[in-house]
Design a protein around this ligand. Structure first.
Ligand code: AMP
Length: 399
């Protein structure tokens, strides 16, 4: 499979181009953009099309709104402002989230200093259902289709799959960001420079079971942290108090440890953790070895001895893939393990690839973004790619 190149599209002055972006950015409690990286990452493709004299129509989802109704909390108005500031263009939006006459008129009458941004695609019930009627309506807006939304490529949604399937190969392409994302993951899938080390954290084993199994065929070392480590620790017979655990995955966890041994993959778990008497920022905390987790207390971060061992383990790495925080980084008290690991990766001379979502946020909070080789804009999509899956959004813009 080869991505269709944006450079091969014969975009002429005044042609309308639909760009599926991923403007699904984190918002703070005031509803303001907390991190605009995903918006800035989309600018190259947008500017490329504007540079060709095209009229650009941008579309994205934001969060998971209820379909069929407008909800201010999920409106792309907040994105409109930021895109306008970054592009220094007048970004206009239709009143309605439906693709009605007003939207069609706006797309046809776009001026050269303007860009059209559609309202949250997921307000429309057809989006997540991959509905062909909705896709057809969207296709009426533009002559060309570009997918630059890596973060949703694993979703078979109308704007990601049904819509590009309506375009011929000379009228659709992968955007510049999508191309960059795919080429980094391709490299670590097919030909990683060794030693290759994966660090996997986050909350649940269940959401990462497949990627853990497929990583065992590729990596030299597998490092586990975060909430998911406790299912492994329980599988090894440790008392884990009230820490996060998936009882139904204990057998899978044992199997992963066994497989790592069989495949000669060095396997690392935390040796000490930060425990708290409650899941709150103002909880009482203690650093304890994993042998001494107090019943009823909760493990919420990795502790210093673990950090020393993890740092030692990645010292010889040539390629490092990191997905999933080492602790509950949203609370300052339990963010230190993740932040410190981020600093270590930032200083490493290895190729460092950070798999999107929360881990991108950790690296951003740590001020390390510019010192990583690549920070993906997609979490789930990155994991599915590493599992070896063909993502629908990528397939739809590939030869
Ligand atoms: P994921 O989406 O699976 O990468 O998980 C990210 C989430 O894992 C973040 O919201 C973290 O707060 C959470 N997390 C990390 N470590 C722990 C832990 N020890 N206990 C509970 N949640 C955790």
């Amino acid at each position: 499979m080869k991505l269709l190149s944006i450079h091969k599209l014969e975009i002429k002055k005044n042609d309308r181009v639909f760009i599926r972006c991923d403007f699904n950015v984190p918002l703070n409690d005031e509803g303001e953009i907390a991190d605009d990286r995903r918006i800035r990452a989309a600018l190259a493709t947008i500017r490329y099309c504007l540079g060709k004299g095209a009229k650009v129509i941008l579309a994205s989802h934001l969060g998971r709104p209820k379909a069929g109704v407008f909800d201010k909390k999920f409106s792309l108005k907040v994105i409109q402002k930021r895109v306008g500031e970054l592009l220094k263009k007048d970004v206009i939006m239709p009143q309605n989230f439906l693709i009605d006459d007003e939207t069609i008129n706006m797309s046809q009458n776009l001026q050269h200093n303007q860009v059209l941004l559609l309202e949250n695609l997921r307000f429309n019930p057809g989006e997540t259902k991959n509905d062909s009627t909705f896709a057809k309506q969207l296709s009426n807006l533009a002559k060309f289709y570009i997918n630059d939304a890596f973060g949703v490529c694993h979703r078979e949604h109308a704007s990601v799959y049904a819509l590009p399937m309506l375009y011929s190969n000379d009228k659709k392409a992968a955007g510049l960001l999508l191309k960059r994302e795919v080429s980094f993951f391709d490299k670590i899938l097919k030909n990683p420079t060794k030693p290759y080390i994966a660090i996997i954290g986050g909350s649940k084993v269940s959401s990462k079971l497949n990627v853990l199994l497929s990583l065992l065929n590729k990596v030299d070392k597998l490092i586990i942290g975060g909430g998911m480590a406790f299912t492994f620790l329980k599988a090894l017979g440790y008392e884990i108090g009230d820490s996060l655990v998936e009882e139904n995955l204990i057998e899978d966890a044992k199997n992963i440890i066994e497989e790592a041994k069989n495949k000669n993959v060095k396997f690392y778990l935390p040796v000490d953790v930060v425990i708290a008497n409650k899941f709150e920022e103002n909880a009482l905390t203690q650093y304890v070895p994993i042998q001494e987790i107090t019943p009823k207390w909760i493990g919420l971060d990795i502790a210093p001895a673990t950090l020393t061992i993890f740092k030692e383990a990645i010292r010889d790495a040539q390629t490092i893939f990191w997905n999933g925080p080492m602790g509950v980084f949203e609370m300052e008290k339990f963010s230190k393990g993740s932040i410190s690991l981020s600093h270590t990766l930032a200083k490493s001379s290895a190729t460092t690839i950070v798999g999107g979502g929360d881990t991108g946020e950790v690296v951003n909070n740590a001020g390390d973004i510019d010192n990583m080789t690549f920070v993906s804009t997609g979490g789930g999509a990155a994991l599915e790619l590493l599992e070896g899956k063909i993502l629908p959004g990528i397939k739809a813009v590939s030869l």
